[in-house]
Design a protein around this ligand. Structure first.
Ligand code: SF4
Length: 180
């Protein structure tokens, strides 16, 4: 029987190549947009809308988690001064993947995984280790950067005229972009 995979989805741009790859490998992907890290809310809305466009274009189901940025901020604020890729980011991945695992069980999915490994700014092995720590049995260890994943996502985003962000998502990454 075809296996269902809950795909934690950070944005529409990254989602495209991951959905295609999962389908090519014989899975049924279900997108799950859960990103309380994204600030401000208007930015959240733009990324959310782009993810929904991709899901509709590729004919898959998409779910949206609760947007509670204050909860995220409460947990991650102590790491605000750290640089991108630091402990702060690892906790941010963990928080989103833990919720994705819970939702994958609730939605009767066989596995869960994440679009986060597409980004050239993120270390796939770190993301995969965090996923496996949450559930060795249920986490699908895909490195979506492989097979030109990012390049394919960018060209799909251009074709669909998707919104493309220029910072990772949280206020700290926005601050660093503005200072850099
Ligand atoms: S830089 Fe990105 S991954 Fe790191 S904490 Fe901010 S939103 Fe999360």
């Amino acid at each position: 029987m075809t296996k269902k995979v809950l795909l934690h989805t950070c944005c529409g741009v990254c989602a495209y190549t991951c959905v295609e790859r999962l389908k090519n490998e014989g899975f049924i992907p279900v997108a799950f947009f859960f990103n309380p890290n994204i600030q401000p809310q208007i930015e959240y809305q733009k990324r959310r809308d782009a993810a929904f466009i991709v899901a509709e274009t590729l004919g898959i189901q998409i779910l949206e988690g609760e947007y509670r940025p204050l909860d995220w901020y409460k947990d991650l604020q102590p790491y605000g001064q750290e640089t991108e890729g630091s402990r702060r980011c690892q906790l941010c991945y963990k928080l989103r993947l833990e919720e994705s695992f819970k939702v994958s069980i609730k939605e009767s999915c066989d596995y869960f995984t994440t679009t986060l490994s597409v980004s050239p700014h993120k270390t796939s092995s770190v993301i995969i280790e965090i996923g496996k720590d949450i559930s060795r049995e249920n986490f699908l260890s895909f490195d979506f950067k492989q097979e030109d994943g990012f390049k394919k996502s960018i060209s799909a985003a251009k074709e669909l005229n998707l919104y493309r962000q220029n910072y990772c998502g949280c206020t700290y990454s926005l601050r660093d972009r503005n200072n850099g």
